[in-house]
Ligand binder design. Structure first.
Ligand code: PMP
Length: 284
């Protein structure tokens, strides 16, 4: 495996960052999870734009132009001879001193890993996932804004631990007002009486690239989509529920906090969107 580190390709064993890198010391950096299908990187421009927006929010200067970074991502997939891949693009604050001050860090580090990922077993896509709501709330937008895809994922990791401790693979996180926000690594959607609903960004969620894609796919099918506030009660009484994310793609949810959602099987609209999404990624 060849890993891109600051413009050079290294073997997995040699791909290293300093222990003084603030990415390691403080989770100070930004990242993207991207997929390639059939040799083409899916929604690369959107991922690069979001990375630059996250970087801007934390005053991190990415030392490459968008075009050069896009080329580097494509090239990393190519040199690893991958067709279907999961790509992790990381920009850390770089080497600094032991103090927090990010302005003491010299040069941001750019890392690109092209590998594979299997988030959930196939059967979950066929039969649906069981999820729970966890006590750990999603970060307040005024604290660590969930719109920034930063290397600081402890909020989500705590929620993931709570889900796994309860025998579930994914957790629903509420915001501090008790409204549904998102999952640890996925956005959430429900369908009720033919209308698809997903929490708006101001509820404290990442603007998922898969989320945006599903919103436009649904609109193409003539299905009404509302970005609207909802609670667990609305999920319990939804006809369908599903999660979206680059790694997870679209995954049906059939049980939430022990309540069966709809018929207890992946819903008709969910399956239709899954099929459309798979068709889309293959077409590029
Ligand atoms: N929410 C969170 C917290 C995430 O980390 C992710 C990405 N893994 C998503 C939602 C989904 O975003 P995307 O569709 O862009 O992968």
């Amino acid at each position: 495996m060849k890993i891109y580190v600051n413009g050079k390709y290294c073997s997995k064993a040699n791909a290293k960052v300093s222990v003084y890198d603030h990415g390691l010391l403080y989770g100070d950096g930004v990242f993207e999870g991207i997929r390639a299908y059939a040799g083409r990187v899916f929604k690369l421009r959107e991922h690069i734009n979001r990375l630059y927006e996250s970087a801007k929010a934390i005053m991190l200067r990415i030392p490459l132009s968008k075009k050069d970074l896009m080329d580097a991502v494509t090239e990393t997939v190519r040199v690893n001879r991958l067709k279907d891949a999961y790509i992790r693009l990381i920009v850390t604050r770089g080497l600094g001193t032991l103090g927090l001050n990010p302005f003491n860090c010299r040069e941001p580090q750019v890392i690109i890993i092209a590998d594979k990922i299997v988030l959930y077993p196939r059967t979950f896509y066929e039969n649906g996932l069981s999820v729970i709501t966890v006590p750990t709330q999603r970060n307040l937008a005024e604290a660590v804004n969930p719109r920034i895809k930063s290397l600081n994922y402890l909020n989500n990791i705590l929620a993931k631990i709570e889900a796994i401790n309860s025998g579930c693979h994914e957790a629903i996180m509420l915001n501090s007002f008790g409204y549904v926000a998102e999952c640890t690594g996925d956005n959430i959607f429900i369908l009720k009486d033919g209308v698809i609903k997903t929490p708006p960004l101001f509820m404290g969620v990442l603007e998922g690239i898969t989320r945006d894609e599903i919103i436009s796919l649904a609109a193409n099918f003539g299905i009404e989509v509302m970005e609207t506030v909802f609670t667990r009660h609305d999920i319990f009484n939804a006809d369908e529920c599903f999660l979206t994310g680059t790694a997870a793609e679209i995954i049906p949810v059939v049980k939430v906090d022990g309540r069966t959602i709809g018929s207890g099987r992946p819903g008709r609209i969910t399956r239709k969107l899954m099929a459309a999404f798979h068709e889309l990624v293959r077409r590029g």
